[in-house]
Design a protein around this ligand. Structure first.
Ligand SMILES: NC(=O)c1ccc[n+]([C@@H]2O[C@H](COP(=O)([O-])OP(=O)(O)OC[C@H]3O[C@@H](n4cnc5c(N)ncnc54)[C@H](OP(=O)(O)O)[C@@H]3O)[C@@H](O)[C@H]2O)c1
Length: 246
């Protein structure tokens, strides 16, 4: 993708990886942050007044449509969509919980990127240097059984991203996948990812991949898992899940 002169919408851009990327894009691009929590968005804008913000819960179909219409009207130069918003829940699939919990996790992590891509594609066909970036996970390639819905949603998003890239070749819309390893953010709750790669280090690494023109950008341990053979994935799976075996 070109790294300057874009107008970029980043879902979940008010914190974590979305904000890390947003700060790096901000120097040479217009950047719109979207998220549910107005306080997070306001805090980002207070620090960097050039950010634009839109409050939106991307888990709802009507809100996604509203987001697309608002962005198209207020930022007609929009040419990059970053599907970054995500949640991660620890779920014991052997016990019952209201189905709405699973549905909502799937809606945020999988439905939203699929639907937003499809909303933006016809408009992106009229724009130059259009690009869709999907944020998946190293866990798309070898799941952690503690977070089964999350891992399944990311595996599905990886699959969708491959199909999307292929389908958009003729339409001149680039599709990029960012595949993070564990990164030190508040994903899943404060403290659960403290062991992860520092956010700045990760964000710089991803930006380097963007500069090099790569369309699949992994970092750290996700470099290995995303390129692993089936046997290697089985090994990674066993190693990651050994301590939580029942
Ligand atoms: N951190 C890691 O270890 C790691 C590893 C692999 C992949 N990833 C992926 O990286 C992406 C960013 O996660 P992160 O680590 O930066 O976690 P984070 O700091 O919790 O960021 C997630 C962002 O998504 C937003 N969000 C959540 N639900 C939303 C919804 N329904 N509508 C709109 N925005 C929503 C949150 O803002 P609001 O709460 O204000 O809505 C928040 O800004 C996710 O897709 C995650 O799966 C992270």
């Amino acid at each position: 993708m070109q790294l300057s002169g874009n107008t970029i919408l980043i879902t979940g851009g008010g914190s974590g990886i979305g904000l890390g990327l947003a700060l790096r894009f901000l120097e040479n691009n217009e950047v719109i942050l979207c998220g549910r929590d107005a306080e997070k968005l306001n805090a980002a804008k207070a620090l960097h007044p050039r950010f634009h913000t839109i409050q939106c819960d991307v888990s709802h179909e009507e809100e996604r449509k509203r987001l697309f219409q608002t962005v198209k009207k207020d930022f007609p130069k929009i040419n990059v969509l970053v599907n970054n918003a995500g949640i991660q829940r620890r779920v014991d699939v052997t016990t019952d919980e209201p189905w709405a919990e699973t549905q909502s996790e799937l809606a945020i992590n999988l439905e939203a990127p699929m639907h937003l891509a499809r909303l933006f594609i016809p408009y992106f066909e009229t724009r130059s240097h259009a690009c869709i970036i999907n944020v998946t996970s190293g866990l798309a390639f070898a799941p952690m059984a503690l977070m089964p819905i999350y891992c399944a949603s990311k595996a599905a998003l990886h699959s969708f991203t491959l199909s999307l890239r292929h389908s958009l070749l003729a339409k001149n819309i680039e599709v990029i996948e960012i595949i993070p390893p564990a990164v030190n953010t508040d994903l899943g709750g404060k403290g659960l990812h403290d062991f992860g790669v520092p956010l700045d280090e990760f964000s710089d690494g991803i930006f380097q991949g963007l500069k090099e023109g790569r369309t699949e950008i992994a970092y750290g341990t996700s470099l290995k898992s995303s390129r692993a053979s089936r046997e290697e994935k089985d090994q990674i799976f066993r190693a990651m899940n050994s301590s939580s075996r029942v």
